[in-house]
Design a protein around this ligand. Structure first.
Ligand SMILES: Nc1ncnc2c1ncn2[C@@H]1O[C@H](COP(=O)(O)OP(=O)(O)O)[C@@H](O)[C@H]1O
Ligand SMILES: [Mg+2]
Length: 393
């Protein structure tokens, strides 16, 4: 499939790798195109290992090095890798005798990896999906980064929202001769989305609103449309969203569910009221939902889900009775005097932006008469006498 956009990022990456030793952090949400960008690198020998959710000790480094074709005359220390790399053990020197001190043995193993990489230069070690890194590999990567031999690069890819530790830690204490950079891949803009969509479908229409430019979502949606299915949530996107939702603490999960049922960005207070989250849990719950990328701050002070398809996936995952309860709370003001219901808050925000009742009605898919009632109730609760005063709120 043709490659779309990413000229600047590809150029930056190639430039860095052309001047080893360099450490590159490549960050972006799931399906945004990190792996694809690396696929497009031409002329750079790569060894690629992936981290997996099972977090096997040294898993990604073993995966990468077992593909290596080491030259003869290796440093004897590389023999320490024999037990980890049975696939290439016959190409390695004899294993050195075991050491009684585990930390010393570990240091020897780290030096063996370094030495094997050195023997393969020029080479770039790529460790993908570092948000799933195991503790041993994490330490090994920090060690490698600081000791990178000439003509050896290190590239790490990850999703910031799934990291439990800062990936930038590998950049700490790098000697000055090691170049380093962080490259962030953003979703496509509308033009790039259309370019990719046109490669996939003869007459795709505008897929940006549903996919927000995430290439994997564009591909999956295009496939659904090509198969004549209704545009819905592609299974991979749904599973990724629900998997992540399932690992959130309860308060955060409830806020995301409330945002999904509401279907439009809302304030922290509105979401918490809808979700029934106690005040002391709101701040942490919201912070966690934001950190994990399930909610985004769409405009200052307003939070919603990133993609309509993710909204749909979350909404569909809520049990019908719970969804009805949430919907009921959205439509029924049960707040104490002086507090606006979620719907009233939405109406007030739009009225404060200068929209007429008819425009608000169209925006929120309500009747103008309902909007009028909401405006009147909100004004009364806020102690105001005219909607013009809302502009100051
Ligand atoms: N720049 C691009 N041009 C065309 N297709 C892309 C581009 N970036 C990503 N894709 C496609 O989107 C899908 C997801 O990309 P991938 O690189 O696997 O994402 P990530 O590694 O960030 O999770 C793949 O099928 C890939 O081919
Ligand atoms: Mg990938």
């Amino acid at each position: 499939m043709p490659f779309v956009g990413r000229k600047r990022e590809l150029h930056q990456l190639a430039e860095l790798l052309s001047h080893p030793p360099a450490v590159v952090l490549l960050e972006g949400e799931a399906g945004v195109g990190k792996t694809r960008l690396l696929d497009e690198l031409i002329g750079f020998p790569l060894l690629i290992g992936r981290c997996h959710p099972m977090r096997f000790p040294y898993g990604p480094v073993v995966e990468a090095l077992r593909e290596a074709c080491p030259p003869p005359d290796l440093n004897p220390i590389t023999g320490a890798l024999r037990p980890l790399l049975p696939e290439v053990a016959h190409l390695l020197p004899p294993a050195p005798p075991p050491l009684s001190e585990p930390q010393v043995e570990r240091h020897r193993l780290f030096r063996a990896v370094l030495s094997l990489l050195d023997s393969l230069r020029p080479i770039t070690l790529v460790v993908e999906d570092v948000h799933w890194v195991d503790p041993d590999t994490r330490e090994l990567l920090a060690f490698l980064a600081r000791c990178l031999p000439a003509a050896v690069n290190l590239v790490l890819t990850y999703r910031a929202e799934d990291l439990s530790h800062p990936a930038a830690e590998v950049l700490a204490h790098l000697p000055p001769h090691i170049d380093h950079a962080e490259i962030a891949l953003a979703p496509f803009d509308a033009v790039e989305t259309a370019l990719l969509a046109e490669q996939l479908l003869p007459d795709p229409g505008d897929l940006w609103p549903l996919t927000r430019g995430v290439p994997v979502a564009i591909e999956q949606l295009a496939r659904m449309l090509a198969e004549g299915r209704q545009p819905g949530t592609p299974p991979a996107l749904r599973d990724a969203v629900l998997l992540k939702l399932g690992t959130l603490p309860l308060a955060a999960r409830k806020l995301v569910q409330a945002a999904a049922v509401l279907g439009q960005p809302a304030t922290e207070r509105t979401l918490a009221a809808l979700a029934g989250v106690p005040p002391e849990r709101i701040e942490r719950g919201l912070a966690e939902a934001l950190r994990r990328g399930l909610l985004v701050e769409t405009t200052p002070g307003l939070y919603g889900l990133r993609q309509p398809l993710a909204t749909q996936a979350v909404r569909d995952s809520i049990a019908p009775a719970a969804r009805r309860r949430l919907q009921h709370r959205i439509d029924t003001p049960t707040q104490p005097q002086g507090t606006l219901s979620p719907r009233e808050e939405q109406v007030v925000r739009l009225a404060a932006d200068g929209l007429t009742n008819r425009e608000i009605a169209e925006n929120l898919v309500l009747s103008p008469r309902t909007v009028e009632v909401h405006v009147a109730n909100a004004l009364r609760k806020l102690g105001l006498t005219s909607r013009r005063q809302l502009r100051a709120t």
